[in-house]
Design a binder for this molecule. Structure first.
Ligand code: M6R
Length: 623
C-alpha cells in the first residue's frame, strides 16, 4: 500500500491502567473527547499477552454499540478519536495501529514528516503495512528497535525512546507492548498529553476533560518527554533517558462544566454561560480605585508596559477576530500601533518587527499549532510573547513569557462562543490598562470599569430575548447565502457572525466592512441574499443606515442589530433586534450574543449537528 495518501491525524488520545474494566473508561473518555475529532474511533486493551482491538467509522457511539459482552479488554488500554487531514476516512486507517509482528499497538496524534524514509528503511527489512498512515510506520519503528534492544530492564521504554529519536514531526502517543502488561509508555512533541494520577490507577489524555471525572491530580508532559506508567507509579524521562521531575497540578474543573445539563447542545449552554464566564474573566482584575485593569500574569511592570511601541496580535479563526477588536480598541484608547496577523501566515512570513514590539497570541485551546508556531517564531527572534488562553497548562500558555487566562471554563461546542466574548472582554481590559498608562483620564477609566462591571447583567438581558431571536432566525433558515455588515468595531463582529453561521449551518456567509460592500459584494445582493447589519454604534449610525438603504434598494431582506437609543427608520429593517446600550468598547461583546443565537437557531432549524459540525474539530493541532 502506498503512503502517497498519507493520513495525518488531529485527534484525541485516552489511556488507562489500573484494576477496572478498561473498555468503559476508554469509551467514556472518547465521548468527552469527541469534539476534538470524529471521523473514526478505536480502542485497544491488553489482556494476558494479546490485544483486543475495536475500531469503527464515525461517532464514538458506533464504537460503543459494537462492544460485546464477550470481549475482554483487560485492565490497561488506549483509545483514540480521529480527524483526518489527508487521505481517506476508513477503518484500516483508524487507530490504534498494530506493529507487523504484533508486539505493539499505538495511538498517535500528530504527523510523522519523515515517514517515507522510515517506511523505506522498514520495507527493506521485511516489514509490511496494512494502512495508509504515518502512524503505522511509527509503531513498526518501535518494534524494530525493540527487536534490537537487549532484554531486561526498561526495554519497552528504551525502544520507544530510540524510535522517537529518528522521528521528525509532531506526536502525542500512547503505546502498549504485549510483553509488558503492567505498563503504558507515552510521549509528546507539539501535541498535548497529560497524565491523571488516581488511587492505584493512572490515566492518559490529550485533553483534561476526558479524565476530569476520575481525578483532579495531573501532570502535563512537556515537549520531548516520555513517561512510563504503571497503575501505581509513573516516571518521566527525555528521549535520551534523562530523568525529569514531574510537576503536579490540580485541575479546577467541575463535572457540570463538561456535562450538558438541561441544554440540548453545548453551544447553547455555553452561550447562556456568558454572564458567568465574563464575570470570571474580570474577577480580581480591577485596581482598588476601580479606574483601571490589572493582570498578574503579564510579567511586565507599568514602566515596561509604557515602553511598548507596537503590539502584534496573532491567532486563527474566531480568536483572530478577537485580535481585530484588540487592534481597534488598543489603538483608540492607548494610541499604541497594533498589527493583526493570521498565525499561519506570520509563522512563515519572516515579518520585520521593530524593537519594543510585544507579540500577543490569542488561543482558546492554547494548542492551535499555527498559533503556537507563530509564537515560537516571535520567541526565536527574541520578542516578548504573551498569550490569552482559556486552557490552563496548555502548550501556548506554558511556552509564552506571560499571559492572561480567560477563565471561561471548558468550551466543548466546536463553534467558539463564550471563549470569544471572554477574549473580547480581556482585550477591552488590556486597552483600558494600556490607555490608563498613557492618556486616559481617571474619570474615563472609572466609567470604563463601571461599564465592564455592568456587562454580565446586560448580557443576561440579551439572552432573555432568546425566543424572539429564535423566531427571527427561523425566517432566515432557508437561505443559502447571507452577508454580515458592520463598520469599525462591528467589522470583526460581522466576520464572527458570518463564521458562526457558516460553521454550524453550512450557509455560505461572509462578513464585510459595511461601506466596502459597494466595491464588489453588492453584486451578490438580491432577495436570495439577506443582510445582517450591525448598527449598534451611535456615532456612525447614519453612515450605517446609508449602507442599509443601498442593499434595501436592491431587494435584500435586512436584519438589523441595534442598541437602545439608536433610531432605526422603520423602512430600513425587515427585522430588528435591539440590545442594551453600553460603553463603545464593549459593544462588540453585546452585539456578538444575538449573532450566536441567530446562528444556533438557524442551524437547529436546518437540523444540523450543532456541536460537531462536519469537517471541523475543536482544536487544530496540525498545519
Ligand atoms: O483554540 P483556538 O482559539 O486557537 O482556535 C482557533 C480556531 O481554530 C477557532 O477559533 C475556530 O475558528 C472555531 N471553530 C471558531 O468557532
Amino acid at each position: 500500500m502506498s503512503l502517497a495518501s498519507m493520513t495525518a491525524v488531529m485527534c484525541s488520545i485516552i489511556g488507562y491502567i489500573g484494576d477496572k474494566d478498561v473498555a468503559q473508561i476508554l469509551i467514556d473518555g472518547l465521548e468527552r473527547l469527541e469534539y476534538r475529532g470524529y471521523d473514526s474511533a478505536g480502542i485497544a486493551g491488553l489482556k494476558g499477552d494479546s490485544f483486543t482491538i475495536l475500531k469503527r467509522l464515525g461517532r464514538v457511539k458506533n464504537l460503543s454499540d459494537a462492544v460485546e459482552q464477550s470481549m475482554n479488554f483487560g485492565n490497561s488500554g488506549i483509545g483514540h478519536t480521529r480527524w483526518a487531514t489527508h487521505g481517506g476516512v476508513s477503518e484500516k486507517n483508524a487507530h490504534p495501529h498494530v506493529s507487523f509482528g504484533g508486539i505493539f499497538t499505538l495511538v498517535h496524534n500528530g504527523v510523522v514528516e519523515n515517514y517515507e524514509s522510515i517506511k523505506t528503511f522498514l520495507d527493506e527489512r521485511g516489514y509490511e503495512f496494512y494502512s495508509d498512515t504515518d502512524t503505522e510506520v511509527l509503531v513498526n519503528l518501535i518494534e524494530y528497535h525493540y527487536r534490537k534492544e537487549q532484554d531486561g530492564g526498561d526495554k519497552f521504554l528504551r525502544s520507544v525512546q530510540k524510535a522517537l529519536l529518528h522521528v521528525r514531526g509532531t506526536y502525542g502517543i500512547a503505546v502498549l507492548c504485549k510483553y509488558n502488561i503492567c505498563e503504558i509508555v507515552v510521549a509528546r512533541k507539539s501535541s498535548p498529553l497529560l497524565i491523571g494520577i488516581g488511587e492505584n490507577e493512572m490515566f492518559i489524555a490529550s485533553d483534561a476533560c476526558a479524565i476530569a471525572a476520575h481525578t483532579k491530580n495531573v501532570v502535563y508532559l512537556n515537549d520531548g518527554e516520555l513517561a512510563l506508567l504503571t497503575k501505581s507509579d509513573f516516571s518521566i524521562t527525555t528521549m535520551k533517558n534523562e530523568k525529569i521531575d514531574a510537576v503536579r497540578c490540580k485541575l479546577d474543573w467541575r463535572m457540570e462544566d463538561v456535562s450538558l445539563g438541561e441544554y440540548e447542545h453545548f453551544m447553547l449552554k455555553e452561550i447562556y454561560e456568558q454572564p458567568l464566564s465574563l464575570a470570571n474573566a474580570m474577577r480580581g482584575r480591577f485596581s482598588d480605585d476601580l479606574s483601571t485593569a490589572k493582570f498578574g500574569g503579564l510579567q511586565l511592570s507599568p514602566r515596561e508596559l509604557r515602553q511598548i511601541d507596537r503590539i502584534v496580535f496573532c491567532a486563527c479563526g474566531t480568536a483572530w477576530h478577537a485580535c481585530l477588536v484588540a487592534e481597534y480598541l488598543i489603538e483608540r484608547y492607548a494610541r499604541i500601533p497594533v498589527e493583526v496577523e493570521y498565525a499561519s501566515e506570520f509563522r512563515y512570513r519572516n515579518a520585520p518587527l521593530e524593537k519594543n514590539t510585544l507579540v500577543f497570541i490569542i488561543s482558546q485551546s492554547g494548542e492551535t499549532l499555527d498559533s503556537f508556531a507563530a509564537m515560537q517564531e516571535a520567541k526565536r527572534k527574541g520578542y516578548m510573547t504573551l498569550a490569552i488562553t482559556n486552557v490552563i497548562g496548555s502548550t501556548i500558555a506554558r511556552e509564552s513569557d506571560g499571559g492572561i487566562y480567560q477563565h471561561s471554563g471548558p468550551e466543548i461546542g466546536v463553534a467558539s462562543t463564550k471563549a470569544f466574548t471572554a477574549q473580547l472582554c480581556i482585550v477591552a481590559m488590556l486597552a483600558l490598562l494600556l490607555g490608563r498608562l498613557r492618556d486616559m483620564s481617571f474619570d474615563e477609566g472609572t466609567s470604563f470599569v463601571q461599564a465592564l462591571v455592568n456587562l454580565p447583567q446586560k448580557i443576561s438581558q440579551v439572552l432573555d430575548s432568546g425566543d424572539r431571536i429564535r423566531a427571527i432566525a427561523e425566517k432566515y433558515a432557508h437561505h443559502e447565502h447571507m452577508l454580515f455588515l458592520g463598520r469599525q468595531l462591528m467589522f470583526p463582529i460581522a466576520l464572527e457572525g458570518a463564521l458562526k453561521l457558516k460553521e454550524i449551518s453550512y450557509i455560505h456567509s461572509e462578513g464585510y466592512p459595511a461601506a466596502e460592500m459597494k466595491h464588489g459584494p453588492i453584486a451578490l445582493i438580491s432577495d436570495k441574499c439577506p443582510c445582517v447589519f450591525l448598527a449598534t454604534q451611535s456615532d456612525i449610525l447614519q453612515k450605517t443606515i446609508s449602507n442599509i438603504q443601498e442593499v434595501r434598494a436592491r431587494g435584500a431582506r435586512v436584519l438589523v442589530v441595534s442598541s437602545e437609543g439608536n433610531e432605526i427608520p422603520r423602512k430600513c429593517a425587515d427585522d430588528l433586534i435591539v440590545i442594551p446600550d453600553t460603553h463603545a468598547a464593549l459593544q462588540p461583546i453585546l452585539t456578538t450574543i444575538p449573532l450566536q443565537l441567530f446562528a444556533y437557531y438557524i442551524a437547529k432549524a436546518r437540523g444540523c449537528e450543532i456541536d460537531k459540525p462536519r469537517n471541523l474539530a475543536k482544536s487544530v493541532t496540525v498545519e
